[in-house]
Ligand binder design. Sequence first.
Ligand SMILES: O=C(O)CCC(=O)C(=O)O
Length: 307
Amino acid sequence: MSNQRRMAGGSIPNEVGADKRLHSPALNPPDTRTQQLIDQVTTHGYVIIHNAFTPEAVASAKAEVARLTDIPEAAGPAGKKGRNTFEGYKTQRLYALANKSRVFDAFALHEDVLALNDHFLDPGYLINSFQSINILPGEKAQTLHYDHGYVTIERPHRPVGSGVMIALDDYTANNGATVIVPDSHKWDSKRVPSAEETIPVIMPAGSIIYFLSTLWHGGGANTSNASRLALTAQYCQPWIRPMENLILAVDWEKLDEIPERLVGMLGYKVGNPFIGFVDGGSPRAAVARLLAKWTGKSGKGKIEAKL
Ligand SMILES: O=C(O)CCC(=O)C(=O)O
């Protein structure tokens, strides 16, 4: 152990996890197929996995999205249409899918995706977001972005996350298929793509595009007369969260007694632009709703009742 890593009293770096600072490959070397997927992602920032889900699985997910969209409490605030250009005024989003139905679970757990995550992320990675995105006819192209754009670490850097778009409708050149900028995961922080640098991801329903959270992409314009439904699961490194889970450690009914500034720092203030939201809304409003549901007493939900 070098002097730098040795600290008085023993092997502190190991105890505090400093030895995990650099990516450690999965214990078992990947099989040939997984290695090919890894190589493609390493080089281009993404890989397409065709026909990853059966037509039956796709049909049941589509039916479930349609069912939930028609129930206002399940659909949530962006379930019928987005509230800003990023969500998309002609786009329907169901957030927090893991809370709404068991039909979607398997879509966040595809074995190729987990194998890729095992390579690119540290053990214990988390779901960062799990939602459905239905781009309706007439929607404009979404602003190009990368999913960890809010992580203010100079690019390029090792992945802090990954994501999948799972097509529930065929992705075509004009129905709002996700557009990507190949190789852009390697760009530095200053470089921003133009629309000309994008390509649409054309793939049949049931297919997945897996990409690193540093790859530039966006929802495409839908100039067709049909909607384009997809699920998206995003994953992040296990260390993108506070060490103490204070949202659960501090009893919710005590929140109104605690200084607002501190409540915000416990995780109830949504970070710019939308870090830490709950089903498309504020965590404080969610707590007030859950307290009312379980105890009949409602918290005030005074901080950021709206996003
Ligand atoms: O719907 C899509 O194709 C992409 C959406 C997206 O990238 C996002 O909303 O972050």
